[in-house]
Design a protein around this ligand. Structure first.
Ligand SMILES: NC(=O)c1ccc[n+]([C@@H]2O[C@H](COP(=O)([O-])OP(=O)(O)OC[C@H]3O[C@@H](n4cnc5c(N)ncnc54)[C@H](OP(=O)(O)O)[C@@H]3O)[C@@H](O)[C@H]2O)c1
Length: 251
């Protein structure tokens, strides 16, 4: 996203927990941000705001997942997932909204996930956190009414990024779940390897930025994940949805 935005001439503030990871590019300003640390969120936003003067767009994209049975998931993992994927993102959104509302213009893109609607097995806290941010986003969309500040829920399907490398997994799983966890992980890895490149998401983000009236929610991914699956899923009873997802993951 940052590469495309700077190429299009946009001044961009890119975040990482490790500043060295941010590629050096003209018009790309590195900002240290750790969503797990509440202080870091305010500091990062305020420092970047002083430098920028104002923001036209906030993209809430940072995130990471876990992969373990929900039954055995440590509370620390669940809390950490919600801090990074929900509370941190909500705080950033609030900070940006206040400034954008005062200026009467702006765009916030919350990157949630298709997993908020079609959950991935053994990613229960991740799925739930993404669903929470999607729901919070919809509530804000209602409250903003006809404001010229727009909030978009961008739901990616599988996209070929480094996401799986950042996934937190227990070294050993309970024997009752071992085979299922292994099988599901194989599917998750295989699907991600064949997924579209992140440039696809970046192009959609650019389209949203250039739009006068961005849609409240978009799904980005291959045709099956972004169009066919969500459409079919919408009309199915819950029992059939669960059956379909179990078949998909071989459970
Ligand atoms: N890839 C997919 O298939 C997929 C599907 C649906 C949704 N998504 C969502 O898309 C977003 C981007 O993920 P990605 O696929 O691009 O994964 P990625 O390649 O692993 O990138 C994740 C980014 O999040 C940042 N991050 C992780 N934990 C952080 C923390 N505690 N504080 C601040 N930054 C943190 C990382 O920055 P540093 O490590 O540099 O700090 C990294 O830049 C995430 O919200 C993810 O949930 C991805």
């Amino acid at each position: 996203m940052a590469k495309l935005l700077v190429a299009e001439g946009h001044e961009t503030w890119g975040t990482s927990r490790n500043l060295g990871r941010i590629p050096k590019m003209p018009r790309c300003h590195p900002v240290r941000l750790d969503l797990a640390d509440r202080l870091s969120i305010e500091e990062a936003f305020n420092a970047a705001l002083i430098e920028a003067g104002h923001f036209d767009v906030l993209i809430n994209n940072a995130g990471a997942g876990h992969f373990d049975p929900a039954e055995l998931l440590p509370m620390e993992t669940i809390t950490s997932q919600f801090q990074i994927l929900v509370f941190g993102q909500i705080r950033l959104m609030q900070l940006a909204l206040q400034h954008m509302q005062a200026r009467g213009d702006g765009l916030i893109i919350n990157v949630t996930s298709l997993a908020s609607r079609l959950p991935v097995p053994f990613m229960a806290a991740y799925n739930a956190a993404k669903a929470a941010l999607a729901s919070f986003t919809m509530s804000i969309q209602l409250e903003l009414g006809n404001s010229r500040v727009h909030v978009v829920d961008l739901q990616p399907g599988d996209i070929r990024t480094e996401f799986n490398q950042g996934v937190i997994k227990s070294a050993k799983t309970d024997r009752r779940y071992e085979a299922k966890v292994t099988k599901t992980w194989e599917v998750v890895e295989r699907v991600l390897k064949n997924a579209p490149e992140p440039e696809l998401v970046a192009r959609h983000v650019l389209k949203l930025i250039n739009s006068n009236r961005p849609p409240p929610r978009i799904t980005v991914g291959d045709v099956f994940q972004s169009k066919i699956a969500p459409l079919i899923f919408r009309f199915l009873p819950q029992r059939v949805r669960l059956w379909g997802l179990k078949r998909y993951y071989g459970l």
